[in-house]
Design a protein around this ligand. Structure first.
Ligand code: OSB
Ligand code: MG
Length: 356
């Protein structure tokens, strides 16, 4: 799926997304999930190809023909496979969708969600010029979005943040470095504190909790971890080490709803606010992010946005829309609450594999 505009982060630029969608058939009830792995192993180790391989050759043989009495059992069934959370998360989420559909209720209610409207922020990629960045922020604020996150990297950090602050003194602003800095850069990152950011997301190594703890001790601005949060155990270590004060939860990064809910609970018990990150998902993944965001400790605006910010035409009906207040009204229909546009999905498909 071609993006409306290419998206650039510190680890690269993407203009076209290769989506891996999973449809499960459980006693004739269909459930949908999306694998959020990237085209290359630059955000996380998995890719679309590794996820396809793991799903077909290892996850499917485990699940095939098994009695599943609740979607909450799937995560444990897959424990034999280490890592590969994006592959697991895709199918686990599809089983949750199917379970909610079988019960005839919205997935977010099955999950224990508490709100029928979620708060939305936007993630803005690195732009060629500051003028382009300012114009983009202006447009997103006018659309109602409640907070702005910009991607930064060395050489593209202080100046854009300073210029945005001058232009929009009161907006809720944060930055995401996607692991582009090293601990030695801390005096430079400290300069960002002049612009009262809500948080700095994942400044250091993708798996480096220790350095984040060192950095957090030097900064007043909260660090939010994204890439580092793979498991419940890593989250516990991050919190106990003081490596972050905020956690970004992504369904795919942690392996599905079961670990996502455990991490959400742990954070709640430690008074660490969480928010739902995005991975440039199609409507299927977007719908799951909306459901997840209804849990009570998702108390900060997430990177969950309208379909039209990324796609000319999404793969779900209706498309995800945002209110002028920068919220998404959570759908009331069964399961994820949006219908897959089967024609559009088929038309876009480069590969279809049916496992029986
Ligand atoms: O770090 O949150 C991230 C997109 C791809 C990979 C990593 C990230 C992102 C985003 C985009 O920030 C969030 C979105 O889907 O809008
Ligand atoms: Mg991030």
């Amino acid at each position: 799926m071609p993006l409306v505009t290419p998206f650039e982060t510190s680890f690269g630029r993407v203009a076209n997304r290769r989506m891996l969608l999973v449809e499960t058939d459980i006693d004739g009830i269909s459930g949908w999930g999306e694998c959020v792995a990237g085209e290359g192993p630059f955000y996380a180790p998995e890719t679309v190809e590794t996820a396809w391989h793991i799903l077909r050759d290892f996850i499917w043989p485990i699940l095939k023909g098994r009695e599943i009495s609740a979607a909450s059992e799937v995560w444990e069934m897959l424990a034999l496979v280490r890592g590969h959370h994006m592959a697991k998360g895709a199918i686990e989420a599809a089983v949750w969708d199917a379970e909610a559909k079988r019960m005839g209720i919205p997935l977010w209610k099955l999950l224990g969600g508490v709100r029928d409207e979620i708060s939305c922020g936007v993630s803005i990629g690195i732009k060629e010029t500051i003028e382009d960045l300012i114009a983009t922020v202006e447009r997103e604020l006018a659309a109602g979005y409640q907070r702005i996150k910009i991607k930064i990297k060395p050489g593209h950090d202080i100046e854009p943040v300073e210029r945005l602050r001058q232009r929009f003194p009161r907006m809720r602003l944060m930055v995401d470095a996607n692991s582009a800095y090293r601990l030695e850069d801390w005096p430079h990152l400290k300069r960002l504190e002049a612009y009262y950011l809500m948080m700095i997301e994942q400044p250091l190594g993708w798996d480096d909790l220790y350095s984040h703890a060192e950095l957090q001790r030097k900064l007043d601005t909260p660090i939010c971890l994204d890439e580092c949060i793979h498991t419940l155990e890593h989250t516990r270590a991050a919190i106990e080490l003081g490596a972050c004060r905020i956690v970004n939860i992504k369904l795919g990064r942690v392996g599905g709803y079961t670990p996502a809910r455990q991490i959400h609970e742990l954070c709640r018990s430690k008074q660490i606010p969480v928010w739902c990150g995005g991975m440039l998902e199609s409507g299927i993944g977007r719908a799951h992010n909306i459901a997840l965001s209804t849990l009570d400790n998702f108390s900060l605006p997430g990177d969950v946005t309208a379909s039209r910010r990324y796609w000319v035409e999404d793969v779900i009906e209706p498309e995800v829309e945002v209110t002028p207040q920068g919220t998404i009204r959570v759908p009331e229909g069964p399961g994820i609450g949006y219908l897959p546009r089967l024609n559009r999905i088929e038309q876009l498909s480069a590969r279809i594999e049916i496992l029986t």
